[in-house]
Design a protein around this ligand. Structure first.
Ligand SMILES: *[C@@H]1O[C@H](CO)[C@@H](O)[C@H](O)[C@H]1NC(C)=O
Ligand SMILES: *[C@@H]1O[C@H](CO)[C@@H](O)[C@H](O)[C@H]1NC(C)=O
Length: 324
């Protein structure tokens, strides 16, 4: 099939005698191309020529394969893999691949026929995959301020293998304290690498930043992560506890003050009353202390009733027991 097209193109070319001389006047050069998996890849194959050139047809064949991957005679329906197309048919043989896959990788031979003759060029396609945004975790999850911590920064689904670098709060490169592991996976022609970097470090240097670099050391992602410091949250708790305790102390002090104010007021009222009730207390000599009276149990009447009711009774009872 491929050879049929090539023959057809060759016949077309044979019918243009002018082409023979013009052939040396132009060059076909394809740039090595790096495609990104799942994205559109453009393969630049500019024609180096001073004037206008018209492309009649192209055929792209993987080296060591017979059947072209893609062929297109201008003004006819393209054949082969529908993901392939000409960027600018008739004017430029540059190609594009939509939804690039890893199996597109390889060496190709590109055959181009123009109004100025035919040319073949080699081209190579390699495919890479971008890493997903890094995922971070710490162990232990809650860290005491200044305590040691293990930090993980994982990036998956990239290709080829890249690397992960670490920086602390002062932007100091801490990569040297980390260990990188790479897990390469290949399933159904799709390749991927899972990067995992473990940084063992003093948590007081937080926040930390991990940077994911691809195989060409170009940054593909980064993540800064703050560590949950245990002491911080405990301090907060004790702060609230202190506040609560403070409020309680102030509250009880105020209550006490109010109470004593009330008490004093009562007493002054009572004093006024007592002054008016002088006769009742006439047999009570302020010179005497209350205790001797109580001891003897002789004290009776108003004073006892008012102030020492219980004690008086007890003492009286004891006194009477003694008598018995
Ligand atoms: C990162 O990878 C390491 C090692 O495979 C694993 O222990 C850790 O749990 C991973 N962390 C996240 C957030 O996926
Ligand atoms: C950080 O350190 C690593 C290894 O120690 C080194 O390869 C990398 O180039 C350094 N990065 C920067 C930005 O200095």
């Amino acid at each position: 099939m491929a050879s049929v097209i090539v023959v057809v193109l060759a016949v077309v070319y044979l019918f243009i005698p002018a082409v023979v001389c013009a052939e040396v006047l132009w060059k076909l050069e394809c740039q090595p191309t790096v495609g990104i998996a799942a994205q559109t890849t453009v393969i630049r194959c500019p024609i180096k020529h001073s004037g206008q050139i018209e492309v009649f047809g192209v055929a792209l064949t993987k080296v060591k394969q017979e059947k072209p991957v893609f062929e297109h005679i201008i003004n006819k329906t393209p054949l082969g893999d529908p993901r392939f197309s000409l960027v600018n048919p008739a004017k430029d043989p540059s190609l594009q691949i939509s939804d690039t896959v890893f199996s597109d990788e390889g060496e190709y031979e590109y055959y181009v026929v123009t109004n100025m003759g035919e040319k073949r060029a080699r081209l190579s396609i390699s495919v890479v995959a971008n890493y997903r945004d890094p995922v971070t975790s710490s162990w232990p999850e809650n860290v005491t301020d200044g305590g040691p911590v293990n930090l993980y920064c994982n990036a998956t689904d990239g290709y080829p293998a890249g690397t992960i670098h670490w920086f602390d709060k002062s932007e100091t490169n801490r990569t040297i304290d980390s260990i990188m592991t790479k897990a390469i996976k290949e399933t159904n022609g799709s390749k991927s690498v899972a990067l995992s970097s473990k940084l063992s470090i003093d948590s007081s240097l937080a926040p930390f930043r991990c940077v994911v670099l691809n195989s060409k050391f170009v940054k593909e992602g980064e993540k800064t992560f703050q560590i949950i410091l245990k002491r911080d949250s405990e301090q907060e708790h004790s702060n609230t506890r202190n506040i609560v305790a403070g409020v309680m102390v102030i509250g009880s002090l105020t209550a006490g003050l109010l109470f004593s104010l009330l008490f004093c007021q009562r007493r002054s009222v009572q004093n006024v009353r007592r002054a008016s009730a002088q006769p009742i207390l006439s047999d009570y000599d302020p010179g005497k202390t209350a205790d001797p009276d109580l001891e003897t149990g002789t004290e009776t009447g108003a004073f006892c009733n008012r102030h020492w009711k219980k004690k008086c009774l007890v003492k009286k009872q004891n006194a009477s027991f003694d008598k018995i």
